[in-house]
Each structure stands twice: as structure tokens, then as C-alpha cells.
Design a protein around this ligand. Structure first.
Ligand code: ATP
Length: 138
């Protein structure tokens, strides 16, 4: 049997001078490049989690524009297998500075749309990114 965890996070876009930028962060522990996300607290809805985690791990305020799909993966921690489900939201940047991200991420960058797929570490994130890209470019 495995333990189950559920997280939520955001793919944050910012439009500036007719360019679109996407917020991508580097995890301090596993060093993968990911979108900001985190565990849904008890009693919290996933939208609230996504907004909170984007603020904590990405340093910025952003508002949800659309729910994207969920991804699932398994990982091992202290001998246990954990199944994790992560729901991502497409979110529009409102204010703040990515340099204000907390210790959970070692880096945060605004990337051009064309740079995102290559930078992402995990296949599941690339899959949800392709859906976000469809929405952003249609
Ligand atoms: P959360 O941000 O949800 O609180 P966390 O930061 O504690 O979680 P994860 O980012 O889920 O932890 O990382 C836990 C393990 O899962 C790490 O070993 C990491 O390499 C791996 N992992 C993270 N994201 C993915 C993914 N999309 N696909 C597969 N493995 C992943």
C-alpha cells in the first residue's frame, strides 16, 4: 500500500510589452525545475492552496484564470511509497517580485514561453504545460 498526498499549484503567466513570461522555479531539495505548488492544508480548498503556494514559493501574487488538469506521480520517502496528485491552475501575475520566493525554492525565473518545456524536469509537468500553452496561444 502507499500513502496518498494531494497538492495544488500554479502556472503563472505575465504579459509585458507584448511578451508573455512564465514563472518556473527550482526546488531546493531535489533541484528539479517545476511550477510552484504545495500540499493542500486540512480544510483548505485547492484554489487557496495554489494562490498561497505561488506567493510563498514564487514570491508573487497571482489570480486564477482557469483550472488545468491534475497530474499524478509516485515517489519514495523513508521507505514508504507515496502517490501524489497535483492540480494546477493557470494564473495571471498581479504583483510582487519573484526574488521574494522562500527557501523551498532555490531559484525563480520568468521564462519566455519557448524556453519552458526544455527547462521543466518532469514529464507530468511538461504535459500540463502543453495544455496551458494551448490556452495561452489560442
Ligand atoms: P509539495 O511541493 O507538494 O509540498 P515536496 O516539495 O515535499 O511537495 P515533491 O516536489 O513532490 O515534494 O518531490 C518529492 C519527490 O517527488 C522528489 O523526489 C521529486 O524528485 C519527485 N517529483 C517531484 N515532482 C515530480 C513529478 N512531476 N514527477 C515525478 N516525480 C516528481
Amino acid at each position: 500500500m502507499f500513502k496518498f498526498e494531494e497538492s495544488a499549484g500554479g502556472i503563472v503567466f505575465k504579459k509585458e510589452n507584448s511578451q508573455t513570461y512564465i514563472l518556473v522555479t527550482q526546488h531546493s531539495q531535489h533541484h528539479g525545475w517545476v511550477f510552484p505548488k504545495g500540499l493542500i492544508d486540512k480544510g483548505e480548498d485547492k484554489q487557496t492552496t495554489a494562490v498561497r503556494e505561488v506567493k510563498e514559493e514564487g514570491g508573487v501574487e497571482a489570480k486564477i484564470t482557469k483550472e488545468l488538469s491534475s497530474v499524478e506521480y509516485f515517489y519514495k520517502f523513508e521507505g514508504n511509497t507515496i502517490k501524489k496528485k497535483v492540480t494546477y491552475f493557470l494564473m495571471e501575475y498581479v504583483s510582487g517580485n519573484i526574488q521574494d520566493h522562500d527557501w523551498e525554492m532555490e531559484a525563480a525565473e520568468w521564462l519566455f514561453i519557448e524556453q519552458v518545456e526544455e527547462r521543466l524536469t518532469y514529464k507530468t509537468d511538461k504535459q500540463v504545460w502543453s495544455k496551458a500553452l494551448e490556452i495561452l496561444t489560442k
